[in-house]
Ligand binder design. Structure first.
Ligand code: ADP
Ligand code: MG
Length: 346
């Protein structure tokens, strides 16, 4: 009997394109930390999906589990429980090396720091030729032209001149363009962009975001865009998922989640956002109380409760489910529990 791993990728190429490029099903990652018995729940039963051609932004403070989600999808980490489906196919927990290589071709991560992503000793052309050769997307005869075409696609023209340079000769923005070209070289179906503009000068962030959107449209890609910047999420994404302490606490259309956030945590993020298309409210309108949560000792209830201006005793007892408040817009907060609303109306 074939192992599930070989079955997963045997179907690759034969399987028709599914409407959902990516699904996460109760995806969970618990890291065991040094001392005995200590563990960190970095990702806590996250379920979400990305449609083909869609951009989903993942927003939340540092430490909320965003990068771990990207690393689980690309299988740089193995899920503790739950699973990931790509194009309708569940990725098995155990993957052989050949299958892992195929997965890492189909799913490309763009990291925050283009300085660390490129080997300073190699030319740009070499960096781009590697994925083309490894994945057999070009041969010795065609690789040079393919590299040049990739560079021109990301706005580095003429490609041949940029291919000869080394990363040290490029600006941060140019380096991130090379990293994006390298991701495209693999002809992926899903891009995981983990704070791809955070390390760049503010003046060039918009250029890089526009480039990502153009390339996504041209290549029919789907994208997970990770950021802690709400205006960037609004600019890039069709839908936004807000993370807090490893859980998705609000998810829905970008205009609704960022324009009219409902979860008290998203409202707090929104008020703290330096600029958006409306003037920010007074920063002290709702006091920010308490500390960021300790993931080693999460409370049984809502992790945001200690900081929440609307906290009630019930919030301490159990983590609420996601309540649907409008089509496709869900909020993990007891304020939206229909049973509670019905009782209040009695
Ligand atoms: P974000 O990207 O939202 O800043 P991360 O996904 O990087 O958050 O981290 C989520 C939590 O998981 C943090 O508390 C972090 O310290 C912890 N974490 C991440 N990777 C590891 C690891 N390899 N070992 C132990 N803890 C980790
Ligand atoms: Mg991160």
């Amino acid at each position: 009997m074939p192992s599930p791993a070989t079955e997963f990728f045997k179907k690759e190429g034969q399987s028709p394109q599914q409407p959902l490029a990516l699904e996460l099903h109760d995806l969970t990652k618990v890291f065991k930390t040094g001392r005995a018995g200590h563990s960190v729940t970095a990702v806590n039963k996250v379920s979400l999906s990305i449609a083909r051609g869609e951009v989903l932004a993942l927003v939340g403070e540092s430490g909320s589990g965003k990068s771990t989600i990207a690393r689980l999808i690309a299988r740089l980490e193995t899920p503790t429980s739950g699973y990931v489906s790509l194009n309708g196919q569940m990725i098995p927990n155990r993957l052989g090396r050949a299958d892992l290589r195929k997965l890492r071709r189909r799913v490309q991560i763009i990291f925050q720091d283009p300085y660390a992503s490129l080997n300073a000793l190699n030319s740009v052309g070499y960096a781009l030729s590697r994925p083309l050769r490894i994945h057999k997307l070009a041969d010795a005869r065609t690789v040079g032209a393919s590299v040049n075409a990739l560079l021109e696609r990301v706005g580095l023209s003429p490609g041949a001149a940029w291919a000869a340079r080394r990363p040290g000769e490029l600006s941060g923005g140019q380096r991130q363009r090379v990293v994006i070209a390298r991701a495209l070289a693999a002809q992926p179906e899903l891009i995981l962009a983990d704070e791809p503009t955070s390390a760049l000068d503010v003046s060039i962030r918009l250029d890089v975001m526009n480039l990502l959107l153009d390339l996504k449209d041209q290549a029919g890609l789907s994208m997970l865009f990770i950021t802690h910047d709400l205006s960037g999420a609004h600019y890039m994404a069709d839908r936004v998922a807000v993370m807090y302490a490893g859980s998705v606490v609000e998810i829905g259309p970008a205009d609704a989640v960022i324009g009219q956030p409902q979860m008290p945590y998203t409202q707090l993020l929104r008020r703290a956002a330096p600029k958006f298309d409306e003037p920010p409210e007074a920063p002290d309108a709702v006091p920010l109380r308490g500390e960021v949560p300790d993931l080693k000792a999460l409370p049984p209830g809502c992790a945001f409760e200690p900081r929440c201006p609307h906290a009630m005793p019930v919030c301490k007892s159990a983590l609420p489910p996601l309540y649907e408040i409008a089509p496709g817009h869900q909020v993990r907060c007891v304020l939206f529990d229909p049973a509670r609303a019905a009782k209040a109306g009695d």
